[in-house]
Design a protein around this ligand. Structure first.
Ligand SMILES: *Cc1c(COP(=O)(O)O)cnc(C)c1O
Length: 418
């Protein structure tokens, strides 16, 4: 079995006549179909809404597609808010889930009338001096301890900088009620890139129980529960794959067990998925420009870690397809590298691939989320273009590649030109 790219060698050969490699390309059809599957899986909840985590793929054309599919946006910075505003997201379509938040960010979030999700109790009075409260305010929860699923530790909230303790959540709600806030949202993000259909249901039951307790104790109205991000994708072919229908059903079961009997069956479910919405629907396409035979066999690409940081940063696996050689035996072992002066600039280490030749095009899979977005300019390397493969098969440039003048744009050279 192979991970199948959504573009063929012929298609790439046609595209590179106009847009040279490297570039990220996104699959509109895949994005739309997946967004519809998510919506369907949670259709049992009347108020369900996905707020796409803008940080995963901050491109207005991608945001517009998701908006057309009924999604809102989850922002965590000033520029993400600005981008969402430009694309036309309004008020309750924007969730502002940030931490260590500067004043200017709160000002814009308030001006856009977005939902604001406070990361900490101390932010309430900080915010009070900046902008008025909305009728509904949201709070981020950190239960501490380890987060376990099926007796396995999935993550360690006790070491995470996000959210408030339970006593702080209660204190925060009392404070906000005194300031006139009428409705509350609660939010938590307890594990990242999960590949177990049980993650959201387990998280949901923690938050549903908390919501019930808060309501009983403080008589506050809980308007929504935000399950945030964390549903993962199978970067490796042999990894388990999440089934969004099973996940949606699992959350429904917890809802009916915990919230419905407490008379809380008008609580809306929100999500802030990033990776699940986009990762599989993006490829980084690069060309082989060098090969090198020393103690190991190296393949050198025209892309490097500035175009996709995950392998260098976390040793993350990204599947690679050599276009046009899909059927050939994987009988060569390579390190596939970029040109940074950093030895961790490797897209793959000891990877079995078909024999690669200079000029071959490689698809690096699952780069649609946290791919281009994490880019940087180390070694003076430039960020690539982003392309959209539209449903009709045509290709649209949705971000041009950087040029040296973009790289130098923040420097003033006048005094060197005398
Ligand atoms: C990063 C992030 C997300 C999205 O996470 P994924 O793992 O991409 O689903 C959602 N909400 C918040 C607050 C985040 O920081």
């Amino acid at each position: 079995m192979e991970k199948k790219p959504f573009v063929t060698k012929e298609k790439i050969e046609e595209i590179v006549k106009t847009y040279p490699t490297p570039f990220h390309i996104y699959d509109e059809k895949g994005i739309r179909e997946n967004a519809r599957r998510l919506k369907k899986a949670f259709a049992w909840n009347k108020g369900f809404k996905e707020y796409f985590a803008v940080k995963a793929t901050p491109n207005p054309y991608i945001l517009k597609i998701l908006k057309e599919e009924g999604c809102g946006v989850d922002c965590s910075s000033l520029t993400e808010l600005m981008l969402s505003d430009i694309v036309g997201f309004k008020k309750d379509e924007i969730m502002f889930s940030s931490n260590v938040t500067p004043k200017a960010d709160y000002e814009l979030a308030s001006k856009l009338d977005a939902y604001i999700n406070f990361d900490d109790i101390t932010h309430i009075d900080y915010y009070k001096n900046i902008a008025p409260f909305k009728e509904t305010m949201s709070l981020r929860y950190n239960p501490g301890g380890d987060f376990t699923l099926n007796n396995e530790i999935m993550d360690t909230p006790k070491d995470a900088k996000y959210g408030m303790t339970k006593p702080q959540m209660k204190e925060a709600i009392k404070k906000l009620m005194a300031y006139g806030v009428k409705h509350f949202g609660i939010h938590a993000f307890l594990a990242s890139n999960t590949k177990d259909n049980g993650y959201y249901p387990k998280l949901a039951s923690i938050l549903f129980k908390l919501a019930r307790e808060l309501k009983e104790e403080l008589s506050c109205d809980i308007a929504f529960i935000n399950l945030s991000g964390g549903v993962g994708v199978d970067y490796k072919l042999e990894e388990p794959k999440n089934d969004i229908d099973i996940i949606g059903e699992g959350v429904r079961k917890a809802y009916e067990e915990i919230l419905t009997p407490a008379g809380m069956d008008n609580v809306k479910i929100f999500t802030e998925l990033g990776r699940f919405m986009l990762a599989p629907y993006g490829h980084l396409v690069a060309k082989v420009i060098h090969e090198k035979h020393i103690w190991k066999e190296y393949i050198g690409l025209d892309a490097c870690a500035v175009n996709l940081m995950r392998p260098a940063m976390y040793g993350a696996y990204h599947h690679i397809t050599v276009l046009g050689k899909e059927g050939l035996p994987l009988d060569h072992m390579y390190d596939v590298t970029g040109g940074l002066c950093e030895n961790n600039d490797k897209f793959a280490i000891d990877r079995m691939l078909p024999k690669i030749d200079i000029g071959d095009y490689l698809v690096i899979h699952d780069t649609g989320a946290h791919g281009f977005a994490m880019g940087y300019n180390y070694n003076g390397k430039l960020k690539s273009a982003e392309l959209l493969l539209k449903e009709d098969g045509s290709v649209k440039l949705i971000r041009r590649a950087e040029t040296p003048s973009d790289y130098f744009a923040t420097l003033d050279f006048t005094e060197f030109k005398k």
